[in-house]
Design a protein around this ligand. Structure first.
Ligand SMILES: Cc1cc2nc3c(=O)[nH]c(=O)nc-3n(C[C@H](O)[C@H](O)[C@H](O)COP(=O)(O)O)c2cc1C
Length: 394
């Protein structure tokens, strides 16, 4: 690993995990990830910002040796999750005089999850600051990005914000700074979709707060550093906004093609009405990709046959995921096919209580859909069109 200077006295000392394939078993990682950690050297004191995932301690400590740190006064724990605090126990052994700085809730989590001695921890209240000499650390409490204890650290002299997971991206890449590539944008969007989306209203608030600081650099805890943060700020504004796009997402599963034929008919009907549509066969689709489309979708249609009196488990899984991600969609519907009876439509609806969407009339048919049944699909397409029109989307 290498130590890379961001600004005089401020360097990146984290590690790149090129080969990781999944995170939290919640999302697949097509491009690996990084565990970013930083050092801030003031004229009098030195602080480390976050650490790395346990198991990467050796690479991390090698970086600290290469950064030639004589001593460390503070270790700032913006976020207690183990991918950023995993190396903290080792670091506290290495620097016995160092004090950990975190929020009150961060203290509780670090003590319980990493068995850190609470006497080593200094609690930072919102807007508390620490003087490093010619640099200052100011702590802003920002709970729920994406745990309850999160905070960010601001260095006003350099206008750099260490934003923990906010603005993060699971992307292993050799460049330190964001290059504006579509690969980075997709990684940042996937990260937002799965990790930040449930806290959308908080994110709106925090984006405004960060913009008011007018940062020159945003250094998140995963992915590249933004030395021109306006692009990521404007993407976050767009993703967290209340306005959806002219997009219908249709995650579906079909064992014997009946539901699939209905999805195909709905897809065609929506295209004919000028609506963007993305059908996802749940047998082969990645949940991270569907989650990304949920950021933009105004309407979600779940397609499921009845299996053992209820939804197919893959459809139930996506309904559960939709419920916990709380996307901004305003309309939802269930379509599918059954043989003799069950509670699929009701169960799927009940599985999404957090979705603040109007449930449209379901299209749920017995067996193979004939032309007459497929007319109901056209009616559903008309209903969706009307609503998208009401929202000035078509
Ligand atoms: C394992 C299995 C369990 C099923 N259980 C039910 C059921 O409980 N109630 C029902 O109405 N149909 C049930 N069916 C029938 C399907 O819902 C029906 O064949 C439907 O048309 C399949 O739609 P698809 O072609 O989209 O998979 C079951 C089918 C399978 C294969």
């Amino acid at each position: 690993m290498v130590v890379r200077e961001i600004l005089p006295g401020i360097s990146s000392v984290g590690v790149i995990d090129w080969h990781r394939l999944a995170f939290d078993d919640l999302m697949e990682l097509p491009d690996g990830t990084s565990y970013n950690a930083y050092v801030v050297q003031g004229s009098e004191k030195t602080a480390l910002i976050d650490t790395v995932e346990a198991g990467f301690d050796e690479e991390y400590v090698t970086n600290l040796i290469r950064a030639k740190l004589d001593s460390v006064d503070y270790i700032i724990a913006n976020h207690a999750e183990q991918d950023h605090s995993g190396a903290l126990p080792l670091l506290l052994e290495l620097y016995p005089m160092a004090t950990v700085v975190t929020t009150e809730k961060g203290k509780d989590l670090l003590c319980s999850m990493l068995l850190i001695d609470d006497e080593r921890i200094l609690v930072a209240e919102d807007r508390d600051s620490l003087d490093l000499g010619d640099k200052t650390l100011v702590f802003y409490s920002m709970p729920w990005v994406h745990w309850p204890e999160t905070m960010v650290t601001w260095v006003p002299e350099d206008r750099i914000l260490f934003s923990c997971d906010l603005f993060g991206a699971h992307l292993a890449c050799s460049s330190l700074f964001a290059d504006g590539s579509s690969r980075l944008q997709e990684a940042a969007k996937r990260y937002y979709a799965v990790i930040m989306q449930p806290f959308r209203s908080k994110i709106q608030e925090y984006v405004e707060q960060v913009e008011s600081l007018n940062p020159a650099v945003i250094a998140p805890s995963h992915g590249p550093v933004y030395n021109n943060p306006s692009a990521i700020l404007s993407l976050y504004r767009e993703w967290s906004s209340d306005e959806g796009k002219n997009l219908v997402v249709i995650p579906f599963v079909s064992m014997h093609h009946s539901t699939k034929w209905m999805v195909e008919r709905l897809t065609d009907a929506l295209i004919q009405r000028g609506i963007d549509v993305r059908p996802y066969d749940l047998g082969t689709s990645s949940t991270g990709t569907i989650a990304m489309d949920l950021i933009d979708a105004t309407t979600i249609v779940i397609g499921s046959p009845t299996v053992h009196f209820g939804p197919h488990p893959k459809a139930a899984n996506i309904a559960f995921l939709t419920n916990i991600l709380k996307p901004k969609a305003r309309y939802a519907a269930v379509i599918g096919s059954f043989g003799w009876g069950g509670k699929t439509v009701q169960t799927l609806g009940e599985m999404m209580p957090k979705l603040e969407a109007e449930m449209l009339e379901p299209v749920y048919i017995k067996g193979k859909p004939g032309e007459q049944e497929l007319v109901a699909i056209t009616v559903l397409a008309d209903e969706i069109y009307k609503r998208h029109q009401d929202n000035h989307l078509v």
